[in-house]
Design a protein around this ligand. Structure first.
Ligand code: GLV
Length: 312
């Protein structure tokens, strides 16, 4: 079996090592314009150029090396270039637990005032603050797929009132769920903390904007672990300026790396990280891909196939 790999340079050794462990008999190579003529059975890719697909004529499946498929879906005429090969994303692959950690960390750091205690330590100030009332901190998670449902369950596990919203109906123990456009405003009105783990597509770009932020309860807090383009930055900055939103934990940005001139860097209400909420794990993802390849070879269906028109 032949596998062609296209990924960031820094990730290549990790993927190649994991592939040699979990698919030791496969012939694996990294795609470059020089190796383009070599034809593979399967592709493992992160943000490949159109020339990658143009060069590959015999692919049985393309595995996206991450949960988000927004980058690859921007390829012009992707459906035509795939020639019927399914595009398959990593499902969880060890990322959901990391996302749950990130969301709970940001939520608890803010609600328990750990930032305040950090400042007090710097000032050598011994001062205890009253306990929080969890009912005052209802949390809503937008996006309830493999990742979002784990995030929502983890939040419910800390006894915060937990709400969830997604395009289609989901049922998660301990989480009150809403779905579809018609229920979006009802969902937002329940929440003070808004967590975004949505896929990015035409229907979700800019979903965190002036209107949606206004629906949140006063003293709102925003956690974005999905894509920067889910937020209209000017609207979030204005909502923080007005005090309606008291803070944001942001892992993703319109432009990455975030330009040094961007106001988020020095904003007193923003805590930010460089797109690390969940890091794709070579081992877990490769084991998952190897199992899916085995199923495809046996003519069995696989999960995680991306619906190109729907955008996830
Ligand atoms: C990371 O952002 C991913 O899509 O896996």
């Amino acid at each position: 079996m032949k596998i062609v790999l296209y990924c960031r340079d820094g990730d290549r050794p990790g993927w190649l090592a994991a592939l040699s462990r979990h698919l030791p008999d496969a012939e694996v190579w990294a795609w470059t314009p020089e190796t383009a003529a070599r034809q593979a059975d399967y592709a493992m890719v992160w943000a490949p150029p159109p020339a990658f697909f143009e060069s590959q004529q015999t692919l049985k499946a393309v595995f996206n090396l991450g949960a988000g498929v927004d980058k690859i879906l921007k390829t012009p005429d992707l459906a035509g270039l795939l020639k019927g090969a399914p595009l398959v994303r990593v499902q969880d692959g060890g990322m959901a637990v990391q996302m749950a950690e990130y969301a709970c960390h940001a939520l608890i750091r803010h609600t328990r005032g750990f930032d305040v205690y950090d400042r007090q330590q710097r000032d050598k100030l011994w001062k205890q603050h009253p306990p929080i009332v969890r009912q005052e901190w209802p949390v809503g998670v937008m996006g309830l797929g493999d990742i979002g449902s784990r995030v929502a369950s983890a939040i419910a596990g800390f006894d915060f009132p937990a709400f969830g919203w997604s395009r289609s109906a989901h049922s998660i123990a301990g989480v009150t769920t809403f779905h579809g456009e018609a229920q979006f405003e009802f969902f937002l009105r329940e929440c003070r903390v808004l967590v975004c783990v949505l896929p990015l597509n035409a229907g979700t770009a800019g979903i965190i904007n002036r209107r949606t932020l206004e629906f949140l309860k006063p003293g709102a807090f925003v956690i974005n672990m999905a894509r920067g383009a889910h937020i209209v930055d000017a609207d979030l900055l204005a909502a923080m300026e007005s005090g309606h939103v008291v803070g944001a934990a942001l892992d993703v940005f319109h432009d990455e790396p975030l330009p040094a001139s961007h106001p988020y860097w020095a904003h007193p209400r923003v805590s930010m990280t460089p797109h690390i909420a969940a890091i794709t794990l070579y081992e877990e993802s490769t084991v998952q891909i190897a199992k899916k390849i085995a199923r495809i070879e046996q003519g069995q269906p696989v999960e995680g196939v991306v619906h190109l028109a729907r955008g996830y």
